[in-house]
Design a protein around this ligand. Structure first.
Ligand code: ZN
Length: 181
């Protein structure tokens, strides 16, 4: 089976009765190849790609410097989009729900969507521009709630729930995306 991926191109998926977990390697043709348990669906194979994008990227040799250039360009475009959107969205929700923060930083860390530091600086990952709006808003509301609760206590989640009733679903769905580029 071949799965088409926007970043890795054609990915070879080999169903293997003996494999118990999904493993990936690079085939001699330079294509990404996955070995998956026999009854793995297309959907699961794709989801695995999505959630392991960064780890896979690190293992794959970069074949062509133009790919690297293309990625740098993508990052630049994303940064521009983020700069024109995220600080304003943050400000909008802060005003709406009466939060005051110090400043908004844009990050492109590979591991987290956002953070809130004790000096009330909120960092938002530019990769948020690639996730559906409800999930993006959830991350912003999550970080704003950290201004009042610097932990993930019950009180913290209660506050998140006040502004995003579907936060549990959004938190779960966000795991299908990776903040890395
Ligand atoms: Zn948090």
């Amino acid at each position: 089976m071949i799965v088409k991926d926007k970043e890795f191109g054609e990915v070879i998926v080999r169903k293997n009765a003996w494999s118990r977990s999904i493993k990936f390697s690079v085939s001699t043709s330079g294509r990404l190849s996955m070995s998956v348990p026999k009854y793995t669906s297309d959907f699961l194979a794709r989801r695995f790609l999505e959630t392991n994008r960064k780890a896979i990227r690190e293992k794959l040799p970069i074949k062509d410097p133009s790919e690297q250039r293309a990625r740098d360009y993508q990052k630049k475009v994303l940064m521009k989009k983020a700069r024109e959107y995220l600080p304003y969205r943050l400000e909008y929700f802060a005003k709406l729900y009466g939060y005051s923060y110090n400043k908004c930083r844009l990050s492109h860390a590979n591991t987290r969507w956002g953070s809130c530091s004790s000096n009330r600086t909120i960092s938002l990952n530019i990769g948020l521009m690639n996730v559906p709006e409800p999930l993006r808003d959830y991350v912003i509301l999550h970080e704003l709630a950290h201004l009042n609760h610097m932990d993930h206590s019950k009180a913290f989640w209660a506050e998140v729930g006040l502004h995003d009733k579907r936060y549990k679903e959004h938190e779960k769905k966000l795991k299908h995306f990776s903040p890395g580029l």
